[in-house]
Design a protein around this ligand. Sequence first.
Ligand SMILES: NC(=O)c1ccc[n+]([C@@H]2O[C@H](COP(=O)([O-])OP(=O)(O)OC[C@H]3O[C@@H](n4cnc5c(N)ncnc54)[C@H](O)[C@@H]3O)[C@@H](O)[C@H]2O)c1
Length: 246
Amino acid sequence: MAGNDKVALVTGAARGLGELVARRLHAAGFRVALADLDLDAASKVAESLGENALALRLDVRSKADFEAAGKLLEERWGGADVLVNNAGQSRVAALMEISPEEFDAVVAVNLRSVFLACQVFGQAFAARGFGRIVNIASLAGQTGGTATGAHYAAAKGGVLTLTKVFARELAPHGVTVNAISPGPLDLPIVHESVPADKLAAITQAIPVRSLGDPGFIADAVVLLASSGAGSATGACLDINGGLFMR
Ligand SMILES: NC(=O)c1ccc[n+]([C@@H]2O[C@H](COP(=O)([O-])OP(=O)(O)OC[C@H]3O[C@@H](n4cnc5c(N)ncnc54)[C@H](O)[C@@H]3O)[C@@H](O)[C@H]2O)c1
């Protein structure tokens, strides 16, 4: 199995894409730490997975929380091997009305978080001579789409840049850093937050005529997290139904 008892930390794993990523990693033989602000929900997912899964409360805006998580995994399972920076938050907002505070808040959750996590875990992985980091970006960060907020799009563009920066730095130490950039996904949050008629129009505009399959994104994370994925680094997998090609 791809995991072979390796240890993966997934942020934002209490629901949505992060939950699915945690489940697929677990099914592939990884020991999985489900890190989320919402500890109750993360604990329920961890309990449903049973052995080799644990939940922890972690705020991705806090460097101290990442350090504490690293320490906990060191004590519990001998240290982490894989980091999936999945937690994120979009906010619909008119471009010219975004306040400086709101801009900073969205950047802190979506971009600064990735910087902090890559700093903390990147160093630990480099010291061990092995590591896999997968950052979940977004199509909005590649096209400058503002439907989910200009601050969100800018932050996700930054995630793609940080992926390359950390990939370059960590490559000689056996640590890879890659990104996956999904288009709109077939997830509950998308159906809840976008009116049905608008979602139908969005879907119609996607060349493959369907929202992205979150299970496929999760499988792509497992692939990039596997030990055999050592030659892929600094890459971005565009999984967007053909909406953006390069
Ligand atoms: N849903 C989509 O269509 C879509 C498309 C492209 C990219 N993405 C990206 O995929 C990732 C997951 O998206 P989703 O749709 O599953 O989101 P979601 O809102 O359903 O889940 C996000 C999870 O992150 C957690 N979280 C939020 N802020 C946090 C914080 N400060 N610290 C720790 N945890 C926090 C939430 O509690 C939640 O469990 C995000 O990075 C998102 O930007 C999603």
